[in-house]
Design a protein around this ligand. Structure first.
Ligand code: P6P
Length: 327
C-alpha cells in the first residue's frame, strides 16, 4: 500500500478499512466483512471477560480437558462459545475447527467458509495476568454450499487460507490479519467498542536479535536446535519467551526475532497445532516478509491428515529462520 494511502488510513475503523480495500479479497467483500465482523465481535466479548477474569471468578481451570488432553481454563470454554456463536449467527461459516472440540462443528450448511481457531491460546497465563491470544484461519470450502461438509473442506493446507490473523489481549487488545495482500493491525478502543487501524502494512524485519524458545526443554532439543541456540548466545542475542505464542509472535513481528517450538522428548512431533495455531501465524509471517517452517518444510505446504496434528514450528525474521534451518 503506497505511503500516502497508509498515512490517510491510520485511525480508520475496521469495517471502513475492509470496504476501502475490498478489491483485495478474492471473493465477495461482504462475506469477508461479515466473517471479520463476527470474529471482531466475539473478541470484544472475550476482551471484556479477560480483563475482569479475576473479579468474577473466570480465572482458573474447569477441571476438564480438551481434545488434546490440555487442561481447560474457564475462559478457554467461554471463548470457544463466544467465537462459535458469533460465527454461527454471522451465517458465512459452514464449519469451525477448534482446539477446544474433538471434531469440527457444523454451522450454516449454506456457508462458504471454514474457520480454524484457537479461541484462547496461552490461557494458562490468565491467572498471572500475562497476555493471551486468539488465532484464526479462514478457508473457502471446496464442496458446494448446501451439501454436507467433506474432509476436503476441513483438511486444507495452509496455503489455501483466504484470510488469517490473531487477536492479542495485551496492554491493549489488537486484531492483526491478512487476506494475502499484506498485514494490517487494528487497536481496540473499548470506550467506543471499535477497532481502529493503528499498524498499517506491517513488515517483519528480515533480521533480528531476539529468540523465543523454552530453554528448560533444551536437553531434548536436536543438535541443530542446540547449535542455533549457541549461535544466538555467541552473538549476545536477547532471549524473550513469554509462554504465550501470540505475544511472542507479535513482538517478533514488530521488532524482528524468531520463535521456536521444536520437537522435544515430551512432544516428539512438536507441541503446537498446525490447523489452528501454526498455519495462521505462518500466513501472517510470510505476508509481512517473514518465514515459517517445521525445520525442513514450509508450514503452509504441509498437507494435514488430522484436525489436531502437531508440528515443530520455527517462525520469524527470514534470515533468522534460514540460519536456524542451516546450522
Ligand atoms: P511451554 C501455550 O500453551 C502455548 O500453546 C503457546 O502459547 C506457548 O508459546 C507454548 O504453548 C508454551 O509452551 O511448553 O513452553 O510451556
Amino acid at each position: 500500500m503506497e505511503q500516502s494511502r497508509i498515512a490517510q488510513s491510520i485511525g480508520i475503523a475496521l469495517d471502513r478499512f475492509i470496504k476501502n480495500n475490498q478489491d483485495q479479497f478474492q471473493y465477495a467483500s461482504g462475506e469477508l466483512s461479515q466473517l471479520l465482523r463476527d470474529i471482531a465481535l466475539a473478541s470484544k466479548v472475550v476482551h471484556r471477560e479477560v480483563t475482569k477474569a479475576g473479579l468474577v471468578d473466570l480465572s482458573g481451570s474447569l477441571g476438564s480437558h480438551n481434545s488434546a488432553g490440555d487442561q481447560q481454563q474457564k475462559l478457554d470454554v467461554l471463548a470457544n462459545i463466544r467465537f462459535t456463536r458469533a460465527l454461527a449467527k454471522g451465517g458465512e461459516a459452514c464449519a469451525i475447527i477448534s482446539e477446544e472440540t474433538e471434531s469440527y462443528a457444523d454451522l450454516n450448511n449454506d456457508g462458504k467458509y471454514v474457520i480454524a481457531i484457537d479461541p484462547l491460546d496461552g490461557s494458562s497465563n490468565i491467572d498471572v495476568n500475562v497476555s493471551i491470544g486468539t488465532i484464526f484461519s479462514i478457508y473457502r470450502r471446496k464442496s458446494e454450499p448446501g451439501n454436507p461438509i467433506t474432509a476436503s473442506d476441513i483438511l486444507q493446507k495452509g496455503s489455501e487460507q483466504v484470510a488469517a490473523g490473531y487477536i492479542l489481549y495485551g496492554s491493549s487488545t489488537m486484531l492483526v490479519y491478512t487476506t494475502g495482500h499484506g498485514v494490517n493491525g487494528f487497536t481496540y478502543e473499548p470506550t467506543l467498542g471499535e477497532y481502529f487501524l493503528s499498524h498499517p502494512d506491517m513488515k517483519m524485519p528480515v533480521e533480528g536479535k531476539i529468540y523465543s524458545i523454552n530453554e528448560g526443554l533444551a536437553n531434548s532439543f536436536s543438535g541443530s536446535v542446540q547449535a542455533y541456540l549457541q549461535y544466538c548466545k555467541d552473538r549476545n542475542y536477547t532471549a524473550r519467551y513469554i509462554g504465550s505464542l501470540v505475544a511472542d509472535f507479535h513482538r517478533n513481528l514488530l521488532k524482528g526475532g524468531i520463535y521456536i517450538y521444536p520437537a522435544t522428548a515430551k512432544d516428539p512431533g512438536g507441541k503446537l497445532r498446525l490447523m489452528y495455531e501454526c498455519n495462521a501465524l505462518a500466513f501472517v509471517a510470510e505476508q509481512a516478509g517473514g518465514k515459517a517452517t517445521d525445520g525442513k518444510n514450509r508450514i503452509l505446504d504441509i498437507i494435514p491428515v488430522d484436525l489436531h496434528q502437531r508440528t515443530p514450528f520455527l517462525v520469524g525474521s527470514t534470515m533468522m529462520v534460514e540460519k536456524a534451518m542451516s546450522v
